[in-house]
Design a protein around this ligand. Structure first.
Ligand SMILES: [Zn+2]
Length: 662
């Protein structure tokens, strides 16, 4: 009861100002047509952007191949549902910032564009197609438009300097000693020199713009603060000289060299609009928290929501995300409940017997405001509104105490969803049920699965269907490590496979993943999370799960179970087929071009040629209300060579593979 009184005193205004959680924006659930550019169109546009001197002689084919690979990754990124398609005001705003920093001679170049990526990480990346992707987490993290300009200028420098193309060339000519092909630009790592070069160009362009150049420096300071916190989270000692990319320290040193002779900095923090920046940043905060949670970065979600909470303690959205993060972290690893909030799992570096050692931090987070540990930047210290955490009596120390505290706070703020979160965190099932019932009574439950779970009806008796999802057919020609992917599909091979299977398995239902993707991106992404757990947990974890070893897959199981509910299924199978020819590609550009432009039919229908077929098949079943079972996880019938027409051989092989598993 005392807690209540304290809370009411702490947040007198909040009870009237804000009563509902901001669950974020509704973005389009289908892929907008502007993102549906064909591979060949993208390939041509990327190829056109490569300067002609890079397309001569031995670089001729490499530059074409590069364009082809980038086109594939760009197309899948734009159509992933991870790029905001409806938030045009913010997109325009960011593109206006781009125009402000864009050097004069590129102003007429319409290839550069900024998109917003649905990720809570404070980051941005550039794709060699000419696009800069700013994570929504970056907008929520920075406090000035000039900082956004600094990041955009830096990414633009990578693009204009063709850094990824140069990296690709080195890779092709074996300078990295392996044949790995970079197809994912979201995690692309530039070399140390490339990073420093991008910084120096960004500095130059910012100097020529109306922005304050020192914000580039302050950006490095923020990165440094995050590096320090990251360093504290690892028990290992990382030697700075072993880090291949540029560290913030090196970047800060380089910046000091740039500014050595010219210290003038007449720029401003906001050129386009301070008002729009501030309004968008509020939305960006709840969007980032939503995606940090959705992408299962629960610890980052906790840190960020707690940071926002310290600055704005009566905002129930932040309280909700703090509680959700604690709940999931605790449910995934019950050990943490009696550990110290935000300090457990962190290490100090101490010199012991002349050796540097990492020692676990045992103090409470609220013992002192430690800026190296707190998820705050030093410039935010003066803006902390929730100073009471460090004053008077301690509000909480452990995660267990934290969720109790925030539950009281949630109640005081009239946060309904917080009650549900608190209920879900309870181990005592009777108490938990009481919370659930209270919550359910206030809502309309439409989801079948939730109803079943809540009413404790055995799921086996409700969901009986067997479903097979068919992923996109893949065809390529390979020589050694080199692959040329075919893109044209006049016959609609996925449909051909589906129709043939329907005839053989009348007791099963078949769906094409591409159809689902066209209908609903949410459903598609839920399915991908279910079908490809290794994308989130790593292959070894998934294999352990299949072997029956205990691996906690956390909350995704609940999300995935919704799929079973939606289809009324208790067994789901997943099928992907891949066909390829091993052929001498002859290093000729013409041959490569012919392959990527040819139709699947050409590789399938030809007889008297040897092709390999890979069939990927896995099954997931719902055993009880708690567990998902990955019953099979296998690449079947690897490398079946066949000489007759592909259709005659392929379809019976797939049927046999599926029947063998019945
Ligand atoms: Zn960079």
């Amino acid at each position: 009861m005392t807690k209540y009184i304290i809370l009411f005193l702490l947040f007198p205004i909040s009870l009237f100002s804000q009563v509902s959680i901001d669950f974020g924006l509704e973005d389009s659930d289908t892929i907008p047509s502007k993102f549906k550019t064909s591979i060949s169109e993208l390939r041509n546009s990327i190829y056109d952007q490569i300067p002609s001197y890079s397309k001569r002689g031995k670089y001729e084919k490499v530059s074409y191949k590069f364009s082809d690979y980038v086109a594939h990754s760009e197309s899948s990124l734009l159509q992933s549902g991870n790029i905001y398609s409806n938030w045009t005001e913010l997109e325009d705003y960011l593109n206006n910032i781009l125009q402000e920093v864009l050097p004069e001679k590129y102003k007429s170049n319409t290839n550069f564009h900024v998109y917003i990526n649905k990720s809570g990480e404070p980051n941005a990346f550039a794709s060699p197609a000419g696009n800069i992707y700013v994570n929504i987490g970056l907008l929520s993290d920075v406090n000035t438009e000039a900082k956004l300009a600094a990041v955009i200028a830096h990414e633009l420098a990578h693009l204009i300097s063709q850094h990824s193309f140069l990296h690709f060339i080195k890779n092709e000519f074996g300078e990295f000693g392996n044949g790995l092909v970079q197809r994912d630009w979201t995690s692309f790592r530039y070399s140390k020199n490339q990073e420093l070069e991008a910084d120096s160009l960004a500095f130059l362009w910012l100097k020529n713009s109306r922005y304050k150049t020192s914000e580039l420096f302050n950006m490095f300071e923020s990165i440094k603060a995050r590096e320090t916190r990251g360093h504290k989270k690892s028990s290992k000692w990382n030697k700075p000289e072993l880090i291949p990319h540029a560290t913030s320290k090196e970047r800060l040193n380089a910046f000091n060299r740039f500014t050595q002779y010219d210290k003038t900095d007449n720029g401003v923090y906001f050129v386009i609009s301070e008002d729009f920046f501030n309004k968008s940043r509020i939305i960006a905060k709840s969007e980032s928290l939503k995606y940090l949670k959705q992408n299962e970065n629960y610890y980052s979600c906790l840190e960020q929501s707690f940071r926002f909470h310290l600055l704005e303690p009566d905002n129930i959205t932040y309280v909700y995300y703090i509680m959700e993060s604690i709940r999931i972290l605790g449910n995934n690893n019950p050990e943490i409940w009696d550990k110290h909030f935000l300090t457990y799992g962190n290490y100090d570096t101490l010199r012991i017997n002349n050796l540097l050692k990492k020692v676990p931090i045992t103090k409470s987070f609220f013992e002192e405001l430690d800026i190296e540990l707190a998820p705050l930047y030093s410039y935010e210290l003066d803006s902390i509104k929730a100073k009471f955490y460090w004053e008077d009596d301690v509000k909480f120390n452990t995660y267990n105490e934290a969720i109790e505290f925030f539950n009281s706070l949630g109640k005081a703020l009239k946060c309904n969803e917080c009650l549900l979160t608190y209920g879900k965190s309870l181990v005592d099932l009777k108490l938990r049920d009481r919370y659930f019932k209270g919550y359910i009574n206030s809502l309309q439950v439409s989801n079948n699965m939730d109803k079943c779970l809540l009413e404790k009806v055995s799921t086996d008796s409700v969901f009986r269907k067997k479903i097979i999802f068919i992923d996109d057919f893949v065809a390529f020609v390979k020589q050694g490590q080199e692959r040329a992917y075919l893109t044209n599909d006049k016959t609609n091979i996925n449909q051909v496979i589906k129709d043939s299977l329907i005839a053989h398995f009348p007791n099963k239902e078949f769906y094409l993943l591409s159809d689902i993707k066209n209908r609903s991106l949410t459903e598609y992404n839920e399915l991908i999370a279910l079908l490809y757990p290794e994308l989130r947990y790593g292959v070894s974890d998934v294999l352990k799960k299949i072997r029956g070893e205990y691996i906690n897959f956390g909350d995704v199981s609940q999300q995935s179970k919704n799929i079973f509910g939606k289809y009324g299924a208790n067994e789901i199978e997943y099928l992907q087929c891949e066909i390829y020819e091993s052929k001498n590609l002859n290093n000729s550009l013409e041959k490569y071009k012919t392959i990527v432009k040819s139709d699947y039919d050409e590789i399938l229908k030809r007889s008297n040629t040897t092709r390999n077929l890979n069939i990927w098949l896995r099954g997931i079943s719902l055993k009880n209300e708690k567990d998902l079972h990955y019953t099979r996880y296998k690449k079947l019938d690897n490398k079946i060579k066949f000489k007759n027409s592909g259709y005659d051989v392929m379809i019976p092989k797939i049927v046999r593979a599926l029947k063998a598993k019945e």
